[in-house]
Ligand binder design. Structure first.
Ligand code: DX5
Ligand code: ZN
Length: 217
């Protein structure tokens, strides 16, 4: 069974409470929160006031994806949300080892995210310290983009690297995930599937969650 983390970026922000309650009463595992700063990615999404409102309403753990420069600056605020996972980008952290230790010391799962062009081999020396690795299967910044197919092979290579390094890190995939791409990803070793448009644009969002959750390798 895959873990499913719906991305609230595709929710209806005019009816956020309604969409959160829909997910609360369903089978999804985490809430994926996409934070963008207009610098690391060419878009701006939402910040802490919105996430605090989500945190109050959510009855699922929060999976925070920081698409921002200097993510370590916001570690206390992410911790104050009560987040389960703090995902920082490899490309945004000069001192990734320190940031990872700080996230773990704060009691959260330390996740490191790789952009599509970043090879998995950059994680060789830090794999054993990680709780989660997230691969972007689109260029971050927007929901609803086309899945980049090489993420499937990359997932396989990441699984091999983590096993070889004795890392227990979960593999999460973000971008263009639906039932078809999700199946390929889970077969390749993915544990957690993020899905925005596939869930929220569906006529029956919960059926999509259940279809993704049912994927097994
Ligand atoms: C992209 C975000 C994703 C996005 C996924 O920058 O990190 O989480 O919302 O949306 P879909 O599933 O529509 O590609
Ligand atoms: Zn994301």
């Amino acid at each position: 069974m895959a873990l499913v983390s719906p991305s609230l970026l595709s929710a209806d922000f005019g009816n956020l409470q309604r969409d959160i309650e829909m997910l609360n009463s369903g089978a999804c595992d985490w809430f994926h929160l996409d934070v963008m700063d207009g610098v690391f990615v060419p878009n701006i999404s939402f910040g802490f006031p919105v996430m605090e409102a989500v945190a109050r309403a959510a009855r699922k753990p929060l999976d925070v994806h920081l698409m921002i420069v200097e993510p370590q600056k916001f570690l206390p605020q992410v911790k104050a949300l009560g987040a389960k996972v703090m995902n920082v980008h490899y490309e945004a952290c000069t001192h990734l080892h320190r940031v990872v230790q700080q996230i773990k010391d704060a009691g959260m799962m330390a996740g490191v995210t790789l952009n599509p062009h970043t090879p998995v081999c950059v994680l060789e020396e830090i794999a054993a310290d990680l709780d989660l690795v997230m691969l972007m299967s689109v260029n971050p910044g927007f929901g609803g983009q086309k899945f980049i197919a090489h993420a499937v092979d990359k997932t396989r290579r990441l699984r091999e690297l983590l096993d070889r390094r004795g890392s227990k890190a979960l593999i999460e995939i973000d971008g263009g995930v639906n039932r078809e791409t999700g199946k390929l990803l889970v077969d390749a070793g993915a544990d957690v599937l993020v899905a925005g448009s596939a869930i929220f644009k569906a006529s029956d969002p919960e059926a999509e969650v259940l279809a993704l959750k049912a994927l097994t390798r």
